[in-house]
Design a protein around this ligand. Sequence first.
Ligand SMILES: Nc1nc2c(ncn2[C@@H]2O[C@H](COP(=O)(O)OP(=O)(O)OP(=O)(O)O)[C@@H](O)[C@H]2O)c(=O)[nH]1
Ligand SMILES: [Mg+2]
Ligand SMILES: [Zn+2]
Length: 311
Amino acid sequence: MSNNIEGIILSGLGGLYSVKAESGEVYPCRAKGAFRKAKLTPLVGDRVSIRPPEVAGEEYFIEKIYPRQNALIRPPMANLETLFVTFAPKNPEPSTLYLDKLLSIAVYNHITPVVVITKQDISPSLAEKYADIYRKTGHRVFLCSSEDGAGIDALAEYVHSLKGICAFAGASGVGKSTLLNALFPKLSLDTGKLSEKIARGKHTTRSVTLYPMKELIDIETDAFVADTPGFSMLDFIEFDFYTLEDLPHCFPEFEPYMADCRYTDCSHTKESAKDCAVVAAIERGEIARERHESYLSIYADLVQKKPWEKK
Ligand SMILES: Nc1nc2c(ncn2[C@@H]2O[C@H](COP(=O)(O)OP(=O)(O)OP(=O)(O)O)[C@@H](O)[C@H]2O)c(=O)[nH]1
Ligand SMILES: [Mg+2]
Ligand SMILES: [Zn+2]
């Protein structure tokens, strides 16, 4: 008896959502008040059931949100399969702590993290230095430049072959929107100069938007790609995206060593190389020191959390 339509949320701004139905039609929708009461906010990427308006011409209502595979706070999205953690070797200067927080949040949520180093043209040597750090994590690493086209074909081949929902995330001005325009020439996303972003204190991309890949490239695919607004370090200051117990498992390159630490409750923090196999691996250059520094910093944040603050 229901005339409901099934779809996926492509964008949401000020309580107004765009939902794309399987037919291809896009419907403007509002969320039902019941979601607010349940403190449930519909997210871009959510699979939903929408109810037609009683009076023609009015908005549809999101009536049901189907169970999520995962949901992130930054970027605010549901059901991600792949997260491209994007940064430039400089302009803006990357923070490995910020990148490692994002990567570890993806791992924790069973989202495949992929490292993308943009603006390689600005400093090939710095870009290579960062690539070295991240190749040791076991995560896939792409180096590219939207300016001279280096590495774009290899990344495009990978992105175009993905299934499900993927998103490009990273600080404002790293070149996410420019890169998406290079990967999908049919897109023409707004991009902006870094100096202008700083002067205005604003991001060029203001909200998360999901694009169906089949509308952008000439292959049959059900995949979606999202451009997201750059976030700032502030978004991760109060770090409680997972618990202290989860932390070592969010750094996958530590995993093969952890069983060899002298004490089973080893925290891999201040132990000597003699006692801690992770520390020993860092000294042998098998794990990047910068990654361990991020680990220590997140560890210090999480250890400070009072029990009642813990989830
Ligand atoms: N040299 C160089 N400049 C680039 C490259 N990619 C992007 N840029 C420039 O970097 C600036 C920022 O690019 P955007 O694509 O707007 O950055 P964004 O990550 O989408 O930023 P937000 O939307 O604010 O999060 C623009 O001036 C781009 O022209 C690149 O590969 N090389
Ligand atoms: Mg952008
Ligand atoms: Zn250890």
